[in-house]
Design a protein around this ligand. Structure first.
Ligand SMILES: NC(=O)c1ccc[n+]([C@@H]2O[C@H](COP(=O)([O-])OP(=O)(O)OC[C@H]3O[C@@H](n4cnc5c(N)ncnc54)[C@H](OP(=O)(O)O)[C@@H]3O)[C@@H](O)[C@H]2O)c1
Length: 322
């Protein structure tokens, strides 16, 4: 290890030059992630969601912000896309293929709550009430929708973007295709890095980041059973992707937030007791920005297959599987 190398935070924790796709990037946590990338040098950010007006308003907010990068123009693009509709996802991929031809980082962040039977489980005073609480939202398609958006779409969207993620690797000089065998690392032609203005020691590989939740691990149910089940599935699928995409040079990591302000949590109190969130508050834009810059920056190149919990200590004070 070269301990005399310059350790420059602006280099280690930076989105400089990255092309990023983020689903659900127009509100809440996704908007904070988009803002972080935008302010920190991303070359292009495709913001996906079903409501185009929400995405366009979000872009206006970021572009008119005093923190907007002065020199950046046309960095943010809104694309209407439903992550559970493969045709809609394919259209988004085709558009991005034409515009940049590669994607360095895909962020699977879209999510929904599903049936909110969390509270009723603990209020039940008879076995019949408990039965009804467990079955709340069972008929209809609320469970189905939560599982599809929160879990199945992580696979659908990640699969659809694989060729563009691989194209990002080849642009950075990495050999394409499947590489297997002990003692046989993927080869990188570092002269490709100079051509794109990246440092010679930049060996980041393409990256899928999935927003799951502390609900992936909690035995206590705050939102709903389908939410915990779907987020658990998403976390495990993301770890599986890190394993089965390893020979293909594509990384997969998870951000598992505790409570953060968003459309999803607008009815919740922002303050918590030490038995709920030891930090006493919801997550802030700083909290999620710092974590994202670590993951996407050069300092995060060696991070693969991990779960990054950002929860003010919540996982430590609830029974869980983390
Ligand atoms: N806030 C928290 O406390 C918290 C905690 C843990 C985990 N999370 C997770 O963080 C992620 C972001 O949620 P948030 O809290 O920021 O809530 P949010 O403000 O409601 O954001 C969710 C986003 O997902 C998009 N979305 C939902 N279904 C979609 C679909 N089928 N296709 C495309 N986009 C879709 C929504 O946009 P459209 O409706 O326009 O499509 C919306 O922008 C979610 O995965 C959530 O589960 C949140």
């Amino acid at each position: 290890m070269d301990v005399q190398a310059p350790f420059n935070p602006a280099d280690l924790f930076s989105a400089k030059g990255l092309v990023v796709v983020i689903t659900g990037g127009g509100s809440g946590i996704g908007l904070a992630l988009t803002s972080t990338l935008y302010q920190n040098g991303a070359a292009k950010i495709f913001v996906l969601g079903r409501r185009l007006n929400v995405l366009q308003d979000a872009i206006k907010t970021l572009e008119s912000s005093p923190s907007a990068p002065k020199e950046a123009s046309n960095v943010l693009t809104a694309i209407s896309c439903d992550v559970v509709d493969q045709r809609s996802v394919k259209e988004a991929v085709e558009r991005i293929q034409k515009e940049t031809g590669y994607v360095d980082v895909l962020i699977n962040n879209a999510g929904v709550l599903g049936p909110t039977n969390g509270g009723s489980l603990y209020k039940a005073n008879s076995i019949e009430e408990m039965r009804d609480a467990m079955l709340q939202g069972f008929d209809g398609n609320e469970w189905d929708t939560a599982l599809k958006i929160n879990a199945q779409a992580v696979i659908g969207v990640s699969a659809a973007f694989l060729p563009l993620l691989e194209a990002a690797n080849t642009r950075r000089g990495w050999a394409a295709g499947k590489v297997e065998g002990d003692g046989n690392p993927r080869k990188q032609d570092t002269s490709a890095l100079e051509k794109i203005g990246a440092n010679k020691d930049d060996d980041r590989m393409a990256h899928i980041i999935t927003t799951t939740s502390v609900a992936s691990f909690m035995r206590y149910c705050t939102a709903g059973l389908a939410y915990n089940a779907s987020k658990s599935a998403a976390a495990h699928l993301s770890k599986m992707m890190a394993s089965f995409l390893a020979p293909w040079g594509i990384r997969s990591n998870v951000i598992a937030p505790g409570p953060y302000p968003s459309e999803m949590t607008k009815s919740r109190s922002a303050n918590f007791g030490t038995s709920e969130v030891p930090q006493g508050r919801m997550g802030s834009a700083n909290d999620i920005a710092g974590l994202l810059l670590f993951l996407v920056g050069k300092g995060g190149a060696y991070i693969n297959g991990t779960i990054q919990v950002t929860d003010g200590g919540r996982m430590g004070v609830f029974p869980g599987t983390y």
